[in-house]
Design a binder for this molecule. Structure first.
Ligand SMILES: Nc1nc2c(ncn2[C@@H]2O[C@H](COP(=O)(O)OP(=O)(O)O)[C@@H](O)[C@H]2O)c(=O)[nH]1
Ligand SMILES: [Mg+2]
Length: 228
């Protein structure tokens, strides 16, 4: 199975590279070498049913001059994580630009969006409130997180919740492994037999994209990670 493509977009200096580095290498640096091209990194993540999901994380640069180039890297992404800095209003105001870009390239129904307010350790200088972030996320049917790459706050939750949510809504085949194979169905090993309800749901979803239960997630996330 192809790795699940996740792209990080957002204004420069918001902490995209820092978040990715914390998740993949468990370290934080004061200075990151400016990402000159979009870098990608592969990793396996275990979700709650014990399944390993292979993901491919793409880092991009936010500078205006590079945004056209970023479009090439946005192609075929399944998940787009749009990051802003909670201490910098401008980085929040430009989120729509990145959202539109990802949509232009892929079509809205094909991408799961996530909004991330980073640098939550700098809460004393916070200018974009959590409510504003949540509201924007809701308006584009995205999941919402506040993170701190410095303190490793919410970083694991971000990736785990996002991947699990994607797998549950878009890849139920992985979640519902067949218990035993139906003899009459020998050509369809990948189709789940165990849970016909999910299977039906899956059929229904085909061709119509998918919708997240954003209400549930935005209420749930702040509690599931200790970031507020
Ligand atoms: N205080 C604080 N600083 C951060 C955080 N994340 C990143 N930074 C700093 O912000 C700057 C930009 O980070 P970087 O990951 O290069 O941003 P990018 O341009 O979006 O990739 C660097 O100096 C980081 O050390 C965070 O969560 N809290
Ligand atoms: Mg970077």
């Amino acid at each position: 199975m192809e790795p699940l493509k996740i792209i990080f977009v957002g204004e420069t200096q918001v902490g995209k590279t820092a978040i990715i580095t914390q998740f993949t290498e468990n370290r934080f640096e004061e200075e990151y070498v400016t990402t000159m091209n979009s870098d990608k990194i592969q990793k396996e993540v275990e979700i709650s049913n014990g399944k390993q999901i292979k993901i491919e994380i793409w880092d991009t640069i936010g500078q205006i001059g590079y945004r056209a180039v970023n479009k090439i890297f946005m192609k075929s992404t399944k998940i787009a994580i749009i990051v802003y800095d909670i201490t910098n209003q401008k980085t929040f105001d430009v989120l729509k630009e990145f959202y539109d870009q990802v949509n232009d390239v892929n079509g809205k129904e094909n991408v799961m969006f996530v909004v991330v307010g980073n640098k939550s350790d700098l809460y004393e200088d916070q200018v974009v409130t959590k409510e504003a972030g949540e509201e924007y996320a809701k308006s584009i049917e995205a999941l919402f997180f506040e993170t701190s790459a410095t303190d490793h706050e919410c970083i694991e939750n971000l990736f785990k919740d996002v991947i699990e949510n994607y797998v549950k809504t878009k890849m139920p085949v992985v979640v519902n492994e067949p218990e035993k194979k139906d003899d009459n169905d020998s050509g369809k090993q990948d189709v789940p037999q165990k849970n016909p309800t999910i299977s039906k749901e899956n059929e229904k979803r085909e061709g119509e994209g998918f919708k997240l239960d954003t209400n549930k997630k935005t209420k749930h996330n702040p509690k599931s990670c200790n970031c507020f």
